[in-house]
Every structure is written in structure tokens, then in C-alpha cells.
Design a protein around this ligand. Structure first.
Ligand SMILES: *Cc1c(COP(=O)(O)O)cnc(C)c1O
Length: 384
């Protein structure tokens, strides 16, 4: 092995997670999948193939460039581009049969003009802003389009959607407000399928499901509701290799900036992974960390090993003082995220979210696409 770390991604678990969500929303609701940003870092092509194999037929990417790559993997699927119609890019959407999620009057006009010039009626979604103030049509512009029959004849409106700003905050009153605004505006487009829910929105209940749901993070085993333990199957495991073990005395500073000082004679394992591999720098150890905000940790053969000192680009140190030396040895692997280390917890130590850790995984690890469960379950799966 010439890599410093191993990233195992379980696409069967992603497909199984999708099945769980599909069953939760029921047969009358289309369960789509958000696969933007390289399928949340898990690899667009293998993830899309697994989801399509499980029966997923509608995908959401952020960019047309992602849609063009995805089209090669899922020739028959519906692909929506969430960032809308990029200026001048309509021919690329048409060629790859991508549906722009039109989020402004300018985009809608450009798509209509393009359709007329080509004498074709192409598909598109409309994104209505219901209070997030990111993408989406204002109420006034939504009403303008709803009244513009010429525009609505130029392209085929296949979806009306909006997006929740606080879905993952259980009990936020803003969810109900967005739901009410969406219901009122969606009625301007009778007969057109509607969609509001991401992963968290699915959790908010059937009122939020409409005709289609668009889960992302839940498929990848991430945190659905902030601070709640509920997760679907773990999908990603990241393990870093120990390059060397070093014994350091008490009262000695470790790493860049002398960020953390040993309080006791300490055995450190130096791992071949760092922020250049997507491991967040702010998850590291520091003397300045308050006692109630410990650094991130890994797990070595069942033992919890806290990070020690700053995370470097290619390296980090973990404290293995309490781990038997036959386990903490050169060449061994330390789990950094996975079944034994909750990625959302690690994200919390770095004041970020698992979405960011996933999309930062990058391509410097040895990537393995394989099941994460015990071999018995893997055998069962082959029988399927
Ligand atoms: C990313 C995204 C989703 C998926 O969100 P998750 O929180 O990952 O489930 C759904 N809809 C839109 C508009 C998005 O941008």
C-alpha cells in the first residue's frame, strides 16, 4: 500500500439507506437522490450506479458539469441541476437532457427563449423562494410566471420546488412558515409535481413530502436532525496509517506552533493523514481548548485515541499512551471516521458539519468500494 490512508465507501449501504427513505415516504412519493459535489464526496459514478440499481430514477446535482458526467452513468434517469441555468449554457443542458431548476425570472426567460429558438419544448423545474433567500423566485416573480402562458408553453414545467432553511432544527417554527408559503404558491401551478423536503424535511412528516423528496445527507449516513442520534447506515470509513510511534516526556510541546504540551510522559502515534486529506484542522488538540471541548479522536483496535497538537497538511498525532504497545505500532490503522467514530461528532469538534467533512474527503486516500458490515451480512447480500 502506497497510500497514507484508506477510505472505504459502502455503496450497498447508500442504496439500502435510499430504500429505507423510499419506504418511509410511501409509494405515492418519488424518492429522488441528491448527488451533488461528487455524491457528497463518495464518488458520483459508483453512487449513482448503486442508487439507480436500487430503483432511484431522479437525481439532483448542483452544476451542469456534474450532470454531464452523471448522464453517462444513468442514461434513462431524470437529472435536475439545482444551481439553475448557468448563463449561455442551455445547449449543454439540452444535449445531456438536464433539467435546470430555474431560480430567477432571468433564467426562466433564457430557457424559454432557448426552447423557442430550437423549436423544442424542454423540461425544467421552478424553484420558489419561501424564505431562505438563497436561490428561487420571489412571490411576485412566481405569480408573474404563473400568469405568463406564453412562457409556460415554451418549456414543460415538470416540478415546482422550494428548500427548507431550518429543516434540521427540530421544532423551528420557520419550517411551518415555509410549508404554508410553499402550499400557497405551488397552487398557482395546478397539476405540476411539487417537492419541498431534503433529508430533514422527510423527518418533519408527510405534510412536507408532496410528490417528491430530495434526500442527500441521510443517504450517506450523516446527521439528519441536529444533535439527534438518528442515522441511517454508516457509509464511509476513513482509516489512517501509523508512520511511527514516539515517546515524549512530560511538559514538551508537540507539532506546529507548539500548540499542545504534554502533561505526562506521552506515547504518540504519528498518522499519515492531515488537512490535505480533508481532515479538518480545527478538530486538532490545543492547550487553549476548554476542558469541555476536547479535540477529535480516532479509534485504534477499540481504544479511543485523542488527537494531540495541531493537524498538519499530511500528518497528525494521536495520544496512544493508554493503548497496549502491540496494538499501537508502525503500520497499524487508526479509524478516523466510520462505524466506531461518528463523523458528525468529529465535525462538531471542528465547529463544522458532516456535509463539509464528506465533501472534503478528496482523492489522496486509497479508495475501496466495499461493504462495511460484518462478513456474515455481506454473504447474505450476495444471495440476494
Ligand atoms: C443539497 C440539497 C438537498 C439535499 O439536502 P440534504 O440536507 O443533504 O438532505 C435537497 N435540496 C436542495 C435544494 C439542496 O440544495
Amino acid at each position: 500500500m502506497v497510500h497514507g490512508s484508506r477510505l472505504t465507501i459502502d455503496t450497498d449501504a447508500i442504496a439500502a439507506n435510499w430504500q429505507v427513505l423510499r419506504e418511509r415516504v410511501g409509494a405515492s412519493v418519488n424518492c429522488a437522490a441528491a448527488v451533488k459535489s461528487d455524491a457528497y464526496g463518495c464518488g458520483l459514478a459508483p453512487v449513482a450506479r448503486a442508487l439507480a440499481g436500487a430503483g432511484c430514477s431522479t437525481f439532483f446535482v448542483a452544476l451542469p458539469q456534474e450532470g454531464v458526467v452523471l448522464r453517462r452513468e444513468v442514461p434513462g434517469a431524470v437529472i435536475y441541476v439545482l444551481n439553475g441555468l448557468l448563463p449561455g449554457a442551455a445547449p449543454i443542458y439540452a444535449e445531456a437532457r438536464l433539467r435546470p431548476v430555474l431560480g430567477s425570472l432571468a433564467e426562466a426567460e433564457e430557457w424559454a427563449l432557448f426552447c423557442r429558438s430550437r423549436k423544442v419544448v424542454l423540461d425544467a423545474a421552478l424553484h420558489i423562494d419561501t424564505g431562505m433567500n438563497r436561490l428561487g423566485l420571489s412571490e411576485a416573480d412566481t405569480r408573474r410566471i404563473a400568469a405568463d402562458s406564453a412562457m409556460l408553453q415554451a418549456f414543460d414545467l415538470t416540478l415546482v420546488m422550494s428548500h427548507l432553511a431550518c429543516g434540521s432544527t427540530a421544532g423551528s417554527p420557520f419550517n411551518a412558515q415555509q410549508l404554508a408559503r410553499f402550499k400557497a404558491l405551488q397552487e398557482l401551478f395546478p397539476g405540476t409535481p411539487c417537492s419541498l423536503a431534503n433529508s430533514a424535511g422527510i423527518h418533519l412528516g408527510p405534510d412536507y413530502h408532496f410528490d417528491m423528496v430530495r434526500p442527500g445527507i441521510a443517504l450517506y449516513g450523516g446527521e439528519i436532525i441536529e444533535g439527534a442520534p438518528e442515522r441511517l447506515q454508516t457509509v464511509v470509513k476513513l482509516e489512517a496509517r501509523i508512520l511511527q510511534i514516539r515517546q515524549v516526556p512530560a511538559d514538551v510541546p508537540v507539532g506546529y506552533g507548539q500548540g499542545q504540551t504534554t502533561r505526562r510522559p506521552t506515547r504518540l502515534a504519528i498518522l499519515s493523514t492531515g488537512y490535505g486529506d480533508g481532515y479538518h484542522r480545527r478538530a486538532g488538540g490545543a492547550d487553549t481548548r476548554p476542558d469541555d471541548a476536547p479535540p477529535a479522536h480516532g479509534v485504534l483496535a477499540g481504544h479511543k485515541v485523542p488527537l494531540f497538537g495541531r493537524v498538519s497538511m499530511d500528518l497528525m498525532a494521536v495520544d496512544v499512551t493508554d493503548v497496549p504497545s502491540e496494538l499501537a505500532r508502525r503500520g497499524a490503522f487508526v479509524e478516523l471516521y466510520g462505524p466506531d467514530v461518528d463523523m458528525s461528532h468529529i465535525a462538531g469538534t471542528a465547529e463544522t458539519i458532516d456535509y463539509e467533512l464528506l465533501t472534503s474527503l478528496g482523492h489522496r486516500h486509497q479508495r475501496v468500494y466495499a461493504p462495511l458490515q460484518a462478513p456474515a451480512a455481506a454473504t447474505l447480500k450476495e444471495d440476494r
